[in-house]
Ligand binder design. Structure first.
Ligand code: ADP
Ligand code: MG
Length: 326
């Protein structure tokens, strides 16, 4: 890509790190991994019209393309260090490309800077709007959290609240843009467009959680991955699901719980903890601001089961979620 456009990205995302020996500008970046640490690496691609709707603020795309990757590092208990950015941009007049890049880079930097993440390189091509971000983070050797490792009897917890992003997407699709009536819609759409990766929670869970995953495809699907990888079943008590007042104020209870179980894009952490450590973990995560709510337990068997307020077990398939309401 044109030197000037790359320069705009470089300037807007500048982040000094001593372990970056050569950043944007040469044929490859040179970095120095710290001794005793493993490097956790993740990549995620967002395609316009598939992962985000057309017409979204470029700054939100910049934020979210990084956030979904940082969320993967968070769930591994890794701390972020470096990122690569592959941008595919449609052919457009120069001012539009420039405006997109400036907005994108600013949104990216808003999330990158507090985490001291350095953008060290990338690639730029022409085509349908597509953003790929790869991140690298550090985790002490052998200390990473994985999806495997949960034991029967472990308690299942989640950070934050669930279902907000799915609600935000419905509102967005209904044409809600700015919030005129209440702060609720704005909050829910912010949760969709600007998810908060739970990085400090991930670090606090190292050596305590037996398994961890970030919720990108919905709780049922993602907890299903923990269950599968750990060779166990998971049970969820639907009444325990943490729902925000903004979600409950905007949708009826059954819809809110469906969003929480099957909606995607929350980027909260779902993890398992031995019963003896639950109180301590909840205390720490409460101090971090996101909190942690117990929603169920791991048992022998396979799959994920949900129990409603009446104590009835509802089988849930991978294909989706029928109706939670009786
Ligand atoms: P090359 O042809 O050698 O791959 P490029 O012209 O693609 O070089 O890139 C020049 C420099 O700019 C490289 O250091 C590359 O990592 C960086 N770069 C290119 N596109 C981006 C981008 N979208 N974000 C960050 N860095 C980029
Ligand atoms: Mg080259």
């Amino acid at each position: 890509m044109e030197f000037q456009l790359i320069e705009r990205i470089r300037e807007r995302t500048a982040q000094g790190r001593e372990d970056v020996h050569l950043g944007i500008g040469d044929d490859a970046a040179l970095v120095m991994p710290p001794a005793g640490q493993q490097i956790a690496i993740a990549i995620d691609t967002l395609v316009e019209g598939v992962h985000f709707p057309h017409g979204i603020d470029p700054a939100d795309i910049g934020w979210k393309s990084l956030a979904v990757n940082l969320s993967d590092l968070a769930s591994m208990g890794a701390s972020p260090a470096w990122a690569l950015l592959a941008l595919t941009l449609p052919k457009q007049p120069r001012e539009q490309v420039q405006a997109f890049i400036d907005g994108f880079a600013d949104g990216f930097a808003q999330l990158a800077q507090p985490h001291r993440l350095a953008l060290i390189g990338g690639d730029t091509t022409r085509g349908a709007l597509t953003v790929s971000v790869a991140v690298h983070g550090f985790v002490p050797v052998g200390k990473a959290l994985t999806r495997a490792g949960a034991r029967a009897g472990d308690v299942v917890l989640v950070t934050g609240t669930l279902g907000d992003a799915a609600a935000g997407l419905v509102l967005w699709q209904q044409g809600t843009r700015v919030d005129e009536e209440s702060g609720r819609a704005a909050y829910l759409m912010e949760r969709l467009h600007r998810p908060t990766p739970r990085l400090s929670a991930g670090l606090a869970l190292r050596e305590r959680a037996s398994a961890c995953i970030d919720i990108s495809d919905g709780l049922l699907a993602d907890l299903g991955h923990i269950a599968h990888a750990s060779g166990l079943a998971a049970e969820i008590d639907a009444p325990l699901l943490p729902l925000s007042p903004m979600l409950l104020g905007s949708f009826d209870d059954a819809t809110a719980r469906e969003f929480a179980l099957a909606g995607g894009d929350d980027y909260e952490l779902c993890f398992t903890v031995p019963p003896a450590l639950v109180a301590e973990v909840q205390g720490d995560l409460a101090r971090m601001g996101c909190g942690a709510t117990r929603i169920g337990r791991m048992v022998e068997g396979s799959g994920v089961r949900v129990r409603n307020a009446q104590g009835e077990w509802l089988e849930t398939g991978r294909q989706g979620w029928d109706h939670f309401a009786p």
